[in-house]
Design a protein around this ligand. Structure first.
Ligand code: MN
Length: 356
């Protein structure tokens, strides 16, 4: 059994007659290295990937140390898991009750009779909060690819191009420069569209005098990057300049405040106070940041509610924004790692206002 599986069974407090079922692809990848479809069934003394014909060879290559079981006609993944559990005298099955649908759970209960079911309680996500060096290296490399792509994009941006054209170019550059995929759908929001925090790139043309927000990230080794930059095309209006300066100040203040032992919601509050005091109360309607890993949004969160303490080798984004309908918006975001000495940004693109 590998280290992560051992840690999981320990974190979950798994009894000797208990077993786990993993359905979430991100947890399967974290625990085994396997990226295909299927489930993991494991307990004390056994761990198996249960999949179909398309993926058995892949699973054997990606997850040495796991038994690979292939489903047969009329025998579901869970029914195969049930056979395995019966062989090992399993009495209770812990499953991801935040992933399995009501309908799927009914089928699982039917396929695995004579056992009790209980929640796995996000034990995999709990151990995923702290990244090891390899994970941090993957995230940093994903950030480096994203930064290089953005740097090349800057020479490409011209008035009259559409948001969609800029998105396609940026996505292409991230893939060309070594990204194995995109961490999420790239956001490009220009001018008045900047007030939409999660704008979908449109056929709107970018014009002189507008700001453009890019929120994007490449993937590397299965891990995500997350960064946002807002640039100006020609001189921005005094109001937009003030908004930019306020967001930048909030971003830099909060990034400098990152340290192990800090309470997440207190860092969020620092950004909110800066933005409120500048006259933009209510115009920063999302959390300050989130952890990043195999999934783009992981815990902990820099939110108004999160009372978790930051810990060494967690990652966290710092991404304040101001959004004014009818005018536009600004967001600036770095992905950072928490070290003994404070936050270390993994994103090195310029944050000072860039005027093209
Ligand atoms: Mn983000």
């Amino acid at each position: 059994m590998n280290q992560r599986m051992e840690k999981l069974l320990k974190t979950a407090g798994l009894g000797t007659d208990e077993a786990i079922l993993i359905h979430k692809p991100s947890n399967m990848y974290y625990l085994s290295g396997y990226t295909g479809e299927g489930i993991i069934a494991a307990g004390n003394g056994f761990q198996a990937i249960i999949t179909d014909f398309r993926y058995t060879e892949q699973a054997e290559r990606q997850a040495p140390g796991f038994d690979v079981l292939m489903i047969e006609k009329g025998v579901s993944h869970e029914a195969l898991a049930g056979r395995l559990f019966a062989q090992h005298g399993v009495k209770t099955v812990r499953y991801e009750d935040d992933e399995v649908t009501v309908r799927a759970f009914a089928a699982i209960q039917k396929a695995i009779p004579n056992v009790a079911f209980a929640s796995l309680g996000n034990a995999p996500e709990t151990i995923r909060r702290i990244k090891d060096q390899h994970e941090l290296d993957c995230i940093e490399e994903a950030c480096n690819i994203s930064c290089r792509a953005f740097d090349q994009l800057l020479g490409f941006i011209k008035p009259g191009m559409t948001e969609k054209q800029l998105q396609i170019k940026l996505d292409f550059l991230m893939l060309e420069l070594g990204g194995e995929g995109l961490a999420f759908n790239t956001i490009v929001a220009s001018g008045v569209n900047g007030s939409l925090p999660h704008a979908i790139p449109s056929d709107k043309k970018v014009e002189m005098g507008e700001m453009i927000t890019f929120d994007f990230g490449a993937k590397k080794g299965g891990y995500c990057a997350d960064m946002t930059r807002t640039i100006a095309l020609g001189q921005p209006s005094p109001e937009m300049k003030k908004i930019y300066d306020t967001v930048l100040f909030a971003q830099e203040t909060c990034e400098a405040a990152l340290a192990p032992g800090k309470v997440c919601k207190e860092i969020d509050a620092m950004a909110r106070k800066i933005i409120d005091d500048a006259g933009y109360a209510g115009r920063f309607g999302h959390g300050l940041g989130h952890s990043v890993g195999i999934d783009i949004h992981e815990n902990p969160r820099l939110s108004q509610l999160c009372e978790d303490l930051l810990e060494v080798n967690q990652t966290i984004t710092v991404e304040p924004g101001i959004y004014v309908p009818g005018l536009g918006g600004v967001r600036i975001e770095n992905t950072c790692a928490i070290t003994e000495n404070g936050g270390r940004t993994l994103v090195h693109a310029q944050k000072a206002l860039l005027i093209l």
